[in-house]
Write a protein that binds this ligand. Structure first.
Ligand SMILES: Nc1nc2c(ncn2[C@@H]2O[C@H](COP(=O)(O)OP(=O)(O)O)[C@@H](O)[C@H]2O)c(=O)[nH]1
Ligand SMILES: [Mg+2]
Length: 376
């Protein structure tokens, strides 16, 4: 139990025989159920989990018959957590990349009722740029940007993290059987949550790499498939949210803007090809293409703006971002320090101390002295 809520943690794993034990053994004591979901890993991951189960009775192992992907594994874990009647379900990877001491911070916005879904954000931390492998950082940032537009959660970043927590109420409303089955599932989930009007919170999280993990994610391939997925989900969200559920004129801005922009781009390409050929383009055609491009872009940006405003209330104003993670390590002071010992009576005014008026008077004199400094 964590602050009055029962907690399940879903741990998807594939070929994590070297990592899964440490994940189970370092799981915080307040976790009621650890649901490990394996996809018949050929490296004996399941045997390691079974071995752990002898000393950790709160662990259970679910095995898919064949490899169905990390998203499908998490969906299975979510269903199991619902069957067990858990109030809140977190997800942690099976490769020990998610610091267990942060689980309480991830859970708190959800258990306290502030959010329906909370997720780690590793991109806000001070050492993100140096710790996260460069290619991953750039790939993740790009996908995060696309996911903002696709999902409508513009203030949420690090869309690729799997470190999350969600309420049972929200899980019951998600179509778990339709969730994207592979690495794009957190992006897909955010889009679906937006249609369900879920409140989402980002929690700062320290990025962890080089702990023996082997990633199964191929960045270049994933970038392409994920962009396509996001485009499809984006159109689906606009349709569901702004046409089917509740009409909003932003759909007109977006639809008209995108049609004009795409036509404008096609027209511009055609003009370039024509100019290359016989070199004659009428001025009127060039102006028409330019108007299409500019108006398309402007209308689409208005769509973004209205969407942003419509979704702003879903991202809590109190965002526990970067509390510890933003703490900067200062270098030691390089100066001699002379001071009177601190008064042990806890700050009572020492006898002979100056009054506020005297201080102010002195301050004025110091300022006057300062203004005459030739270095100013
Ligand atoms: N059950 C299951 N788990 C998977 C699958 N693919 C990845 N995982 C797990 O999902 C978590 C995240 O995957 P990983 O490859 O480390 O992704 P990355 O951390 O984003 O590079 C790890 O615990 C993997 O073991 C899969 O096909 N099935
Ligand atoms: Mg990993």
């Amino acid at each position: 139990m964590f602050e009055g809520s029962s907690i399940a943690v879903v741990v998807p794993c594939f070929k994590e025989a070297t990592q899964i034990r440490v994940v189970i053994e370092t799981m915080p004591a307040f976790v009621d159920r650890i649901i490990v979901v394996d996809d018949r890993s050929p490296d004996g991951t399941a045997d390691v989990v079974r071995d752990c189960m002898r000393t950790h009775p709160n662990v259970e192992l679910l095995i898919h018959e064949e490899n169905r992907g990390v998203g499908a594994a998490i969906a299975t874990g979510y269903k199991r957590a619902l069957d067990l009647g858990m109030d809140v379900t977190a997800v942690m990877a099976g490769d020990a990349q998610m610091p267990p001491n942060e689980l309480a911070d991830i859970l708190r916005p959800v258990t306290s009722g502030q959010a329906d879904y909370s997720k780690a954000n590793r991109l806000v931390t001070a050492d993100a740029w140096t710790t996260i492998p460069r290619k991953r950082f750039l790939g993740n940032s790009m996908l995060s940007l696309l996911t903002k537009v696709a999902s409508g959660y513009y203030q949420v970043a690090d869309s690729q993290t799997g470190y999350t927590a969600i309420t049972a109420d929200m899980l019951r409303r998600l179509d778990l059987d339709d969730m994207y089955p592979r690495y794009g599932y957190p992006n897909d989930m955010l889009v679906r949550l937006n249609v369900l009007r879920a409140r989402v919170v980002d929690v700062a999280s320290v990025p962890v790499y080089d702990v023996g993990e082997v990633s199964g994610l191929k960045i270049r391939r994933v970038l392409f498939t994920m962009s396509w997925l996001l485009l499809k989900r984006f159109i689906w969200r606009l349709w569901k949210l702004y046409v089917v559920r509740d009409f909003h004129p932003l759909i007109l801005f977006y639809a008209l803007g995108l049609v004009m922009f795409v036509t404008g781009v096609a027209g511009a390409i055609a003009l370039i090809v024509l100019a290359w050929g016989d070199g004659t383009i009428s001025g009127a055609t060039a102006v028409a293409v330019s108007i299409l491009l500019q108006s398309g872009l402007l209308l689409s940006l208005f769509g973004v703006l209205f969407d942003f405003e419509h979704n702003r209330p879903l991202v809590s104003e109190y965002r526990p971002v970067g509390l510890d993670a933003d703490r900067v390590e200062h270098e030691p002071i390089r100066a001699s320090i002379e001071s009177a010992p601190i008064d042990p009576d806890g700050g009572s005014r020492p006898s002979g101390a100056t009054t506020l008026e005297q201080e102010l008077g002195r301050g004025m004199n110091e300022m006057r002295a300062f203004s005459g400094d030739p270095r100013d």
